[in-house]
Write a protein that binds this ligand. Structure first.
Ligand code: FMN
Length: 179
């Protein structure tokens, strides 16, 4: 399988995930660059389901067997840059995987800010090309038995040092699945 990883990342977690995946499944990687830079506008357009679009992607999606879309969740939304990417390329994508480094963990998965709703939106938009979605929550970086406030959770960063334990286990499983 020849994969393209298309990612959007504001604070680096999904960039880290995309780069790891690119290395481990020998995939090409491309950044999704929104036309607007303002975080406020990106958040607003994510919530309002309108959009300013994304810049041209420097790859031909027809060349790939699968696309792994990677990016964060904000306010329980499939964020505008990721939504725009699917809309723009859904006719060219043969198989779509969605991965997110988000903050909500398995306990909150079905809630307003959880990842399940976002996975459903990806599936709705992508249609039959949708294959699988997987969350790699930064909550997995917190040692078992310890609690973290929502604010602390937002500060957690994926790095070479923190990418161990449960999150690395989830990740290895995902890589094995798609390889
Ligand atoms: C404004 C904002 C809203 C967020 N809302 C959610 C949410 O609803 N659910 C969730 O799981 N994570 C949420 N997060 C956490 C991000 O998904 C998480 O920090 C992610 O790892 C950031 O990815 P990035 O570093 O690639 O930008 C939110 C973060 C921000 C900044």
């Amino acid at each position: 399988m020849k994969y393209l990883i298309a990612y959007y990342s504001k604070t680096g977690n999904n960039w880290f995930l995309a780069e790891q995946l690119a290395h481990d499944v020998s995939a090409d990687v491309v950044e999704i660059v929104p036309r607007v830079k303002s975080f406020f506008l990106l958040l607003l357009t994510s919530l309002l389901k309108v959009s300013f679009g994304i810049k041209k992607i420097d790859k031909n999606l027809d060349d790939y067997d699968g696309v792994i879309l990677c990016g964060p969740i904000w306010m329980g939304q499939l964020i505008a840059p990721l939504r725009d990417f699917i809309r723009k390329f859904r006719a060219n994508i043969k198989t779509l995987y969605f991965v997110t480094c988000c903050a909500s963990g398995d306990a909150e998965r079905d809630g307003k800010f959880g990842y399940v709703n976002v996975f459903k939106k990806v599936e709705q938009l992508a249609g039959s090309s949708f294959k699988e979605a997987q969350a790699f929550s930064v909550s997995l970086l917190i040692p078992e038995g310890q609690q973290a406030e929502a604010e602390q959770m937002m500060q957690l960063k994926l790095t070479e040092e923190t990418f161990t334990g449960k999150i690395a286990e989830y990740y290895t499983q995902f890589v094995q699945n798609i390889s």
